[in-house]
Design a protein around this ligand. Structure first.
Ligand code: 3HC
Length: 294
């Protein structure tokens, strides 16, 4: 049986990741309904998409008509019912708080058609934790994008304990259509592949900074010297220290006590210094990317 061809998607959450997923879907030729709970976030997401399209056009990476096609096919909305009811495929990109996700999925299940696929951009959560209260778990999958979505090709397509083969394959094909490089993660486990591999390193880097053995900028300069595009602390600022904090907290609960958020990270999050999105984290972002000399 020919797999369902997806031509329209909904993205729930217009933040850093949500707006990027929406843009990737637009660039893949899809019609996109972008939903957020408040107009400020929604408009910020739309502005970021338009700014990025302008950069791509200015650099000759997309033609004027492609840019116009994307702008025409983007439908921002504050109406949850409208965003969900007729969509065949929904990307969820809300904060990494399990209760928030569970409530959202229950609300989506009440409105969406039975065949609609729900794809979570969760950074670390087991899909089966998100689907705990759902009646239909076979249509829920992980689609973990990387920040910034417009530039990072990788997507982890994660099978939950009850995700169907069809859901996996439709999601995998959709990521290809969005010009991404999907990899299948066939077992529902915390942090999947990339974040699971990087997790231990973050514990040790946090300990170095907490014990004042070295400063974030020294560690980052060393990592860049060894070829990383960004060091750990710049990257944590870039994706958001709240995201990093929630990831550590989750791994500490489900994997190992040692994954506890390190002291300096906790201090930053408690003081609202969340990194690039707040203008300050381990670095000052108020005048653009920090200049970390190698
Ligand atoms: N839209 C379109 N193009 C953009 C853009 C945008 N918003 N921002 C930058 N670009 C383009 C630039 O124009 C430039 O194009 P060019 O190469 O043709 O000149 C290119 O992208 C590179 O941008 P910059 O020159 O500004 O900066 P860098 O060369 O330093 O690249 C970066 C920026 C791609 C972010 C690089 O620093 C990098 O790869 N950092 C690491 C990112 C990473 O590891 N992400 C994963 C984080 S973990 C994660 O997301 C998991 C989650 O669970 C938390």
């Amino acid at each position: 049986m020919k797999r369902k061809e997806i031509t329209t998607v909904t993205v729930i959450g217009a933040g850093d990741m949500g707006h990027g997923i929406a843009q990737a879907a637009l660039l893949g030729g899809l019609i996109v309904h972008l939903y957020d709970t408040n107009n400020t976030s929604l408009q910020r997401g739309v502005d970021k998409i338009n700014e990025s399209l302008e950069i791509l056009h200015r650099k000759g990476k997309i033609k004027a008509e492609e840019m116009q096609f994307c702008k025409t096919n983007l439908h921002p909305t504050l109406n949850f019912q409208e965003a969900i009811e007729s969509s065949p495929f929904i990307f969820e990109a809300v904060p990494e708080i399990v209760e928030l996700k569970r409530n959202l999925y229950s609300d989506m299940e009440k409105i969406a058609s039975r065949n609609t696929i729900f794809a979570s951009n969760t950074s670390n959560m087991k899909i089966s934790e998100i689907t705990k209260d759902l009646q239909y778990k076979d249509r829920v999958v992980g689609a973990h994008f990387f920040n910034p979505v417009v530039l990072m090709k990788l997507v982890e397509v994660i099978r939950g304990d009850e995700t169907s083969d069809e859901t996996m394959e439709i999601t995998y094909d959709l990521c290809l259509k969005m010009n991404k490089t999907p990899v299948r993660v066939e077992k529902d486990s915390p942090s999947f592949i990339v974040n699971r591999i990087n997790a231990p390193l973050r514990v040790f880097l946090g300990a170095i900074v907490d014990n004042e053995i070295a400063q974030p900028e020294e560690i980052d300069a060393l990592m860049k010297f060894h070829g990383e595009p960004m060091g750990h602390f710049e990257l944590a600022d870039y994706v958001g220290l709240d995201v990093t904090y929630y990831s550590c907290q989750y791994r500490q609960q489900v994997l190992h006590q040692d994954y506890i958020p390190y002291k300096k990270l906790t201090e930053k999050v408690n003081s609202g210094e969340l990194g690039k999105k707040a203008g300050k984290g381990f670095y000052d972002w108020s005048v653009g990317r920090p200049n970390i000399d190698v």
